[in-house]
Design a protein around this ligand. Sequence first.
Ligand code: HEM
Ligand code: HEM
Length: 185
Amino acid sequence: MADQDTLPPSSRLLHWLVALFMLGLAGVGLYMSRSESWALYPWHKSLGVIALLFIALRLVQRLRLGLPEPVQPTSPALHRAARWAHGALLALTLLMPLSGMLFSGASGHGFGLFGLSLVPHQDDPARPGEVLPYNATLAELGQQAHHWLGYLLLALVALHVGAALKHHFIDRDRTLLRMLGRQAD
Ligand code: HEM
Ligand code: HEM
C-alpha cells in the first residue's frame, strides 16, 4: 500500500501509459470500423497486443500493492464506489485486448505483431478472397464483447475523469496532483 502523499513512480507511469493506450486504441478502433480503413486494422491489433503487456504488468502491481488509499478521509460509501470503479476500469483494460484477440483470432482474420503472425489469417478454399472462421460462435462473442465493453469503458473513463476534475477543482485535494507526481508542499 502506498503512503497517502505519494504514489510510486512505476504506478504513475503505468497508469498514464495504459490510459494513453486505451484512449488511443478506442479512438482508432471507433474510427477504423466506421470508415472501413482496413490499413489501420493491423496497427490497432499490434498496438493492442503490446498494450496487453503493460496492462498485465499493471495488474500484477495492483494485486501486490492494492489500490491507492484516498488522499484524505472520505465517506465509506464514496470510498467503496471509487474502489468498484477502479476495479471495473482495471478489469476492462484486460477484457478489451482479450476480446479483440478472440474476435480477430476466431474469425479467421488473424492478428500479429507488426508483421509477425500470432494467429494466422485463414482463407476459405471454397470462396476465394473470403476468410474461413476457426470458430464462428467465438468470433461473434468476441466481436460483441469488444463492441459493448468498449462503450462501457468510455462511459466509465468519462466518469473517472469527471471525478478527478471534481477532486482537483471542487474538493481542492491532492488526488490529481498525486497521480501527476507533484510533491506536497
Ligand atoms: C487494448 C485495448 C483495445 C481497445 C481499447 C480497443 C478498442 C476498440 C474499439 C472501441 C473498437 C470499435 C468497436 C466497435 O465500434 O464495434 C475496436 C474495434 C476493433 N478492434 Fe480493438 N481495441 C483494443 C485491442 C484490440 C486487439 C488486441 C485486437 C486484436 C488483436 C483488436 C481488434 C479489433 C478489431 C478487429 C476491431 C474492428 C471490429 C469491427 O470491425 O467490427 N482490438 N477496438
Ligand atoms: C485524462 C484521463 C485520466 C485522468 C485525468 C485520470 C486520473 C486519475 C487519478 C487522479 C487517479 C488517482 C485516484 C486516487 O488516488 O484514488 C487515477 C487512478 C486510476 N485510474 Fe485514471 N485517469 C485518466 C485515465 C484513465 C484511464 C483511461 C483508465 C483506464 C482505462 C484509468 C484507470 C485508473 C485506475 C484503474 C486507477 C486506480 C489506481 C491505479 O490503478 O493506478 N484512468 N486516475
